[in-house]
Each structure stands twice: as C-alpha cells, then as structure tokens.
Design a protein around this ligand. Structure first.
Ligand code: 13P
Length: 260
C-alpha cells in the first residue's frame, strides 16, 4: 500500500494573541526537534496579527513548520478597509491560505463567488489554497451532501488555469463535526474522500490532497488517518495546545511509515 505524505494544518481561528502564539510554536518546535515528524508537512494558520512573530521564530529556530493564514482578500490592494492581501502575506513567508472556511461563509458573507475569486488570487500569488467544503447537519440528514459539496467544488474551481492545479488542497469539513466533539466516523470520511478525489480527478486536479477537519484530536487522529484514506487533517481546537497538536502529527507520521 502506498500513501501520500500527510499534511496537517492547525487552524487557530480567533485564538491566541501573538505572545501566546509564539509560546505555542516554541513548545511545538521543541517537541518536533526532540522527536521529528519526518513524514508530515506541518502548517499553522495563525491570526494575521500573530504571523510576523510566528514567522520570525520559525525562521530563527529553523522549525519544520510552514505558515498559513485563515483568510485573505482577493484584491491586490486598494480601498478595502480592514483587509489583507496575498502580497502582504507573502512578505511574511505565508505559504498556505485557508479559503472558504464554513465560519467565513456563514458569518462573514463569503459567497461562492468570493470563494472562487479568493482561491484564484491565492494560487496566482504562488501560495497553496486549502479549499474548505462541507455540509450542515440538515443536508447530511436529507442525504444531499454529495450534491452540496460538488456544487461548492465546481463553483470554487471553475475556470482555474491548469498550471495552478497543483496548489489546491481540499479540506472536507462537515459543519456538524466542527467544534462539536462529534467527529465524522472513518467510514463517513472515507466515503467523502473517495467521492471528492473522483470529482477532483474529473476536473484534472490529479495531485490535490484531500484532508479532513472536524473535532480531530489526539484520541481519534490515529484511527482516522489509518482507516479513512485521507491525506491529513485541518485541526481547530486541538491545535491550540502543543501536546495535542503534536500527538496528531505523531499519529500521521507513524501511519505514513507503516503504509509507505
Ligand atoms: P475543530 O477541530 O475545533 O472541530 O475545528 C475544525 C475546523 O474548523 C478547522 O478548520
């Protein structure tokens, strides 16, 4: 059995000021130096105001951690009060950007059109876009979730030039599993990853990784990664503590070593 190199992204959401963020990355970096997670790409998606300090410590300590942002504006610059552009992120060595997280879609009016424009802006800037798709509970219950995520995928990827396809990762994040403590089961995740991979292949995104997010923690990470045919995780709550995030990294590293 062969496996793709896992990707684990910690989405801090609106948690940890820059001092707390520094502290967390320092602790995580030490854990990773003591026992490296050699086969996992590790990303932390910190709040905008934390990025500079986190970037500095990652660079000075040479931690094997890449930097991510949780959102970005699709415009290059101009009259967009309160917003941040891809070039600003690039100057801070941000290589990954989460696009269309359900919390932004739901609470900050991020339409399908804005998701598409944002994703295009991110990859054109040479950064990796992590496109979030997923259904809410009512859609899962009436069994139309395949159609729902297909529509999200189709809209977000529409018209994207083929040369940018390698920069797209898809995160399946069912809303009913986010922050609820109820993760999707391995069977549910596997069904959706298989489905999403097929949809991506059809659109010639042949190398796109598919990761899972929704109540991933140090207890369920090992079985999810082993049984679900996923390429990694997008982790919220459990990424806010170095020990729990590191345990998830370890689970992915161990699993990769076995599957390879
Ligand atoms: P939790 O891991 O806290 O459920 O959050 C998942 C998520 O939304 C990551 O983007």
């Amino acid at each position: 059995m062969s496996a793709r190199r896992p990707l684990v992204i910690g989405n801090w959401k609106m948690n940890l000021d820059f001092v707390e963020g520094l502290h967390l990355v320092q602790q995580l970096g030490v854990l990773m130096k003591n026992r490296p997670v050699e086969h996992v790409d590790v990303v932390v998606a910190a709040p905008f105001v934390d990025l500079r300090s986190v970037s500095s410590i990652v660079e000075s300590e040479r931690f094997a951690i890449a930097l991510g942002a949780q959102h970005v504006n699709a415009h290059e610059n101009g009259p967009h009060t309160g917003e941040i552009s891809t070039s600003m992120l690039k100057r801070l060595n941000v290589e990954w950007v989460i696009v269309g997280h359900s919390e932004r879609r739901m609470h900050y009016a991020m339409s399908e059109e804005i998701v598409r424009e944002t994703l295009a802006a991110v990859v054109r800037a040479g950064q990796h876009a992590v496109l979030c798709v997923g259904e809410e509970l009512s859609i899962r219950e009436n069994a139309t979730y395949h159609e729902h995520v297909t529509a999200q995928l189709t809209s977000a990827l529409h018209g994207l030039e083929e040369r940018f396809h390698d920069l797209v990762t898809v995160a399946y994040e069912p809303l009913w599993a986010i922050g609820t403590g109820v993760n999707a089961t391995s069977d549910q995740v596997r069904e959706m990853t298989t489905f999403l991979r097929a949809e991506l292949h059809e659109r010639s995104f042949t190398s796109a990784k598919v990761i899972y997010g929704g109540s991933v923690n140090s207890d369920n990470a090992a079985s999810l990664i082993a049984e679900s045919d996923i390429d990694g995780f997008l982790v919220g709550g459990a990424s806010l503590k170095a020990e729990s995030f590191y345990a998830i990294l370890r689970a992915c590293d161990d699993c990769y070593a076995v599957k390879r």
